[in-house]
Design a protein around this ligand. Structure first.
Ligand code: FPP
Length: 250
């Protein structure tokens, strides 16, 4: 079911804070290309507009008291795109952090990144590393970018790492459980997402947080990411608050 009709009853931060907000919200920011296409603009214009939405949604998440906001910024499959688009996407974190890092520091946001960073261009790595260092003492919202991230890859790496640790006697077979397995993932020390949002009308996970989303509530909207507004996030959380989460119980 598609949601996101915000025509009546605008929600406020105050309304939403009357009930527990999700600790961790994960977003698949989709539809940048189609947003641009609809306006006869190059696809990269959609990504650039999407970056501005990241700023707005981060601010709102922080003021709502959400602990972690994970954003799917680049998947391991995105390398298949034309080189000019990939190059642009790799420069976006640099532009974003050059522009907004002072604001993120001011707002007590902690920047984190998950994914295979080694494969990224030096300028991208440098920008995110700087941001991680400069915000490491912050304890407000954790803004977690998934950059060159793929969930199957992450799970396979965890399995290989566990096999190695068992071989070397660091971990015993009987110690392999959900909790210890989670600690081998890139989301180590981050609680699982409570709410997953995907924009642009696509209803799939696209190799995003397959293990971690086991019990998450899913919220889909037809809205393209560059058109995603504060009101949509408030609506998603309002819907989340109305759902009964039973974690397999009754
Ligand atoms: C999917 O839309 C979006 C991406 C692959 C990139 C997402 C990146 C941003 C929103 C900007 C990130 C900002 C920072 C600060 C890193 P699409 O291109 O697949 O859209 P389409 O399905 O309409 O073609």
């Amino acid at each position: 079911m598609f949601q996101g009709d915000t025509t009546n009853n605008e929600l406020t931060v105050h309304d939403i804070k009357q009930q527990p907000v999700p600790n961790h919200v994960a977003i698949i920011m989709d539809g940048n290309g189609r947003w641009a296409q609809k306006r006869a603009l190059p696809r990269i214009a959609g990504h650039h507009e999407g970056m501005k939405v990241v700023r707005k949604i981060t601010k709102l998440a922080n003021s709502l008291g959400i602990k972690v906001l994970t954003l799917y910024a680049f998947s391991t499959e995105n390398w298949k795109r034309p080189k000019t688009e990939v190059d642009f996407l790799m420069k976006l974190p640099v532009e974003y952090l050059n522009t907004y890092l002072p604001e993120l520091i001011e707002e007590n946001v902690q920047v984190r990144v998950m994914g295979n960073l080694d494969a990224l261009p030096a300028h991208t790595i440098q920008a995110v590393e700087q941001a991680i260092i400069k915000t490491s003492m912050n304890d407000g919202l954790t803004l977690n970018f998934a950059l060159n991230y793929g969930s199957r890859d992450e799970i396979l790496n965890a399995v290989k790492h566990i096999a190695n640790d068992v071989r070397e006697g660091i971990l015993q077979d009987e110690q392999i459980n959900e909790e210890s397995f989670s600690s081998y993932l890139m989301t180590k020390n981050i609680p699982d997402p409570d709410l997953l949002i995907r924009t642009s009308g696509e209803i799939r996970l696209s190799n995003f947080l397959l293990w971690q989303l086991a019990y998450a509530e899913f919220w889909f909207t037809d809205v393209y990411w560059p058109d995603f507004r504060e009101q949509h996030l408030l609506q998603a959380i309002d819907d989340f608050q109305k759902r009964g989460r039973r974690f397999g119980g009754v």
